[in-house]
Design a protein. Structure first.
Length: 134
């Protein structure tokens, strides 16, 4: 009889707590249409989608800005924090928005507002806009 590997389930709230501990993270975000979430009995963890391996772990955040590091670097740091909780899995981080002086895009007057998307996979930054169709 072949041996079976025991998989220890990860609570999405553990991932959320680890991400929120990063000083650049203002809050978790549900992403487009609130799709980045994990559903548990009686509650939902917004901003973390923790499917079964080998599915990637998805995290969507609002980042405080300005921040000393560029958005792709911040996303990489957040991915590393998530991997400490979930192990060696692909982690996709989406920066859904930035918070400038405590205000998000829709609350900022003048040309400062804007959205930022940075996604980081297991090998580094991924493009955020599609290239030309060939």
């Amino acid at each position: 009889m072949p041996p079976f590997a025991t998989v220890t389930p990860v609570d999405p709230q553990q991932v959320a707590d680890a991400v929120l501990a990063h000083p650049a993270v203002a809050r978790l975000d549900g992403g487009p249409f609130g799709a980045v979430a994990s559903y548990l009995p009686g509650r939902r963890v917004v901003g973390v989608r923790l499917g079964e391996a080998p599915e990637p772990v998805e995290v969507a955040v609002v980042v405080r800005w300005p921040w000393p590091a560029a958005l792709p670097a911040v996303a990489g740091e957040i991915a590393a924090v998530v991997r400490r909780v979930v192990g060696d899995r692909q982690v996709d981080v989406r920066v859904s928005d930035v918070e400038v002086d405590g205000r998000v895009d829709g609350q900022v007057d003048g040309p400062v507002g804007g959205r930022a998307d940075a996604q980081v996979g297991p090998t580094g930054p991924a493009p955020t806009t599609p290239g030309p169709l060939a």
